[in-house]
Design a binder for this molecule. Structure first.
Ligand SMILES: Cc1cc2nc3c(=O)[nH]c(=O)nc-3n(C[C@H](O)[C@H](O)[C@H](O)COP(=O)(O)O)c2cc1C
Ligand code: SF4
Length: 647
């Protein structure tokens, strides 16, 4: 077998796990409002169990119904009413041979009052939270004992529900992590002052679980580093792991970072696979119990290599399996080309935090498996022909669904490449996973028999010749070009021309007009060889981007010497300079900037003209992707999927 280590059995606290692939906890907002495991949540885990995952850690799960919540619709295991639905969840996972641990959690200083009846967040010490500006209440000994009891009760409920073990969430700055970390624990009593004391709340819980549940497996997720001054360092994390091992923990899951350093915790695309391996490897070398670790793993070969290098005993492939529940089965079958790999785009995190429930850009079924699942596909295509116009993610996703439904699908792409705007997004640094995604969709189309016609422009006349049953218009949006003087000059280019290298320049002063996501990424590409200034008309660069990605990219651009001019709208291009209106000035005011080249990256807008033409000519026409709504890959794959589901 190609990946021997990956498919070796492993053990945690006597529980046999069929392979070394874990999916670590991911908050997803799929539980019911009162914390029960909903059919959608159960489906989410069952799909990953069916897909071959060895060990599933549930999302962070509340042990207290009155405090510590961090998401609306967060799973809870505090009371008897929760046990029944969690039991059903365990059964659904077990029937596919996977094991499941519930991650027991209390949000502590990160638990927002809005989700906790207005209650002040609590923690080891009364200190300000730099992220939300709130001061946590210092917990009394009685409160600590009460919380310890709630974790033990949560574990006992998990055992009753047939769950295979629990993981104590003592990482990421939540309640238990905030006790462990000297960054947040300033106590001088038995619960602070040294590593032993800082770990006491966790060791009390472990011992409590032992007393209540016997040899029930307990894993503890800790930080290998907080990446903040005064926080957990790797040396300290080793001490912590050893203390927890002595207290009876069965495994240590090494993660890292707190809310203040969140990009290191859930990494956007700017991190390399395995970048944090020193943390787990160092901890593993100093303890005897198994170590679990994520490492922003995208490819099976990376996972295997990390196991070979002795970085951890189990690899966490978390967003990897969020994006493709069949990650393990496809790996085993030698079909890595068909794995929809995580792009690190952070749309999942954004959707949970901002919409309240999970979505994934790579996979429109994620979080919606009770509705959009291959087994519910209406396979009534019966060989009827559907023409899909446009080979971006929306068109490709639509083509794949239609072909699976039994339609004969012809996809027409006017360019000589597939991917549409996503193809352009592969050009800036650190965007290779988007290229990988396009490759996978292309392989999937081949697998299901979509006929792809490159360099083929679609109009009513030519589509009529194909006599389609239906037409899907997914031909993309139109570039927004500001209406200003001087754009016809030879030194003015579109971002498409720049990214496709139809124009190239180096050592030039380049103004990128537009500081949205596309503008920032175009600037990132151009700044490799040029002195770049971004001109953005609003006060907020990358306004629609998720802060984790935006802040990371902005800090990279800053390091690369890119200048950011905010509240400046392009007014004219005049020879070797651009004129800008100052949008933050009450009086009309203009500024001038000397540049060699100008690249317009002002975004895109929907364009339904082809859709309307097709609508007049054919009985069944649907739209998908950028032509109907501006958006990212998430909106493209989602509309591509949904709009042809019942066609
Ligand atoms: C949407 C989302 C929610 C997460 N929620 C949790 C959580 O509840 N508990 C936890 O310990 N880690 C959580 N994480 C972190 C993951 O467990 C994992 O450490 C992280 O995604 C990096 O691993 P990966 O690159 O394999 O995805 C979350 C990550 C994501 C993307
Ligand atoms: S939304 Fe993006 S980051 Fe999240 S799992 Fe899907 S592809 Fe990965």
């Amino acid at each position: 077998m190609k990946y021997q280590k990956l498919f070796e059995k492993g053990y945690i606290g006597g529980v046999e796990i069929r392979n070394r692939v874990a999916m670590t906890a991911m908050g997803n907002g799929l539980a019911t409002w009162d914390g029960e495991a909903s059919p959608e949540l159960i489906r989410f885990y069952e799909d990953r169990a069916r897909g071959g995952c060895g060990l599933i850690f549930t999302e962070f799960t509340r042990v207290d119904e009155n405090s510590g919540a961090c998401n609306p619709n967060q799973l809870c295991i505090a009371s008897r009413k929760h046990v029944r639905s969690v039991q059903r969840m365990a059964e659904c996972v077990h029937r596919h041979g996977a094991k499941i641990f519930v991650q027991l959690h209390h949000g502590g200083r990160e638990a927002p009052p809005a989700l906790n009846g207005g209650r002040q967040p609590m923690g080891p010490s009364a200190i300000i939270n730099q992220v939300n500006g709130l001061v946590s209440a210092e917990m009394t000994k009685a409160e600590i004992d009460e919380i310890v009891g709630k974790f033990v009760n949560g574990a006992a409920n998990c055992k009753k529900a047939g769950i295979d073990g629990v993981e104590l969430h003592a990482a990421h700055g939540y309640l238990l992590g905030s006790f462990i970390s000297p960054y947040t624990n300033k106590r001088t009593d038995d619960y602070g002052g040294n590593a032993e004391n800082c770990c006491r709340i966790v060791t009390d819980i472990i011992r409590g679980i032992r007393a209540a549940c016997g040899n029930y497996p307990v894993c503890v997720r800790i930080n290998g580093s907080d990446f903040v001054e005064g926080g957990i360092t790797l040396d300290y994390a080793v001490q912590v792991a050893r203390i927890l091992e002595s207290a009876g923990a069965d495994a240590i899951n090494v993660s890292c970072a707190v809310y203040e350093t969140v990009p290191n915790m859930i990494e956007p695309n700017y991190y390399d696979e395995g970048w944090r391996k020193a943390l787990a490897k160092t901890v593993k070398a100093r303890i005897r119990i198994p170590v679990v670790a994520v490492n922003t793993i995208k490819f099976p070969a990376t996972a295997e290599k990390l196991l070979e290098e002795g970085v951890s005993d189990f690899v966490g492939v978390s967003r990897g399996q969020m994006a493709d529940p069949e990650w393990v089965n496809k790996t085993r079958a030698g079909r890595e080309d068909l794995i929809r790999k995580c792009m690190g785009c952070m749309q999942c995190n954004k959707s949970v935090v901002m919409d309240g429930y999970l979505s994934c850009a790579a996979n429109p079924v994620t979080g919606r498996g009770t509705m959009y699942n291959d087994e519910y596909l209406i396979r009534n295509g019966d060989g009827r022909r559907v023409v899909v116009i446009g080979g971006g993610p929306a068109g490709m996703q639509a083509a794949i669904v239609l072909a699976k439904r039994g339609f004969r699908v012809d996809l027409l792409e006017k360019k000589d490449y597939l991917g549409g705007m996503a193809y352009l997004a592969t050009v800036p640094p650190h965007k290779t996973m988007v290229a990988e995604f396009i490759k996978t969709l292309t392989a999937e189309m081949k697998e299901v028999g979509v006929a792809v016609h490159m360099n083929t422009s679609a109009d009513v006349k030519m589509v009529k010749k194909l006599e389609p049953y239906a037409v899907v218009v997914a031909n993309g949006g139109t570039e927004i070009v500001p209406k200003v003087a001087g754009l016809e000059a030879a030194n003015v280019h579109t971002m498409e021309e720049a990214l496709l290298k139809k124009v190239t320049f180096s050592g030039k002063r380049v103004a990128v007009i537009g500081g949205g996501m596309v503008g920032l990424e175009t600037a990132h590409y151009l700044c490799q060889d040029n002195q770049v200034t971004i001109v953005e008309m609003t006060a907020t660069p990358g306004a629609t981007m998720y802060p984790t990605v935006r802040n990371k990219l902005l800090s990279i651009l800053k390091d690369e010497g890119v200048e950011l001019l905010l509240n400046r709208a392009l007014s004219a291009v005049e020879g070797d300079s651009i004129v800008m209106d100052c949008t933050d000035s009450r009086e009309p005011r203009q500024e001038r900037l000397t540049v060699d080249e100008v690249v317009i990256a002002a975004g895109r807008k929907p364009n339904l003209s082809l859709y309307h033409e097709m609508e007049k000519a054919f009985g069944k026409v649907v739209m998908a992707g950028d032509c109907m709504m501006g958006g990212c890959i998430l909106e493209a794959t989602r509309t591509g999927n949904d709009n042809v589901w019942f066609l």
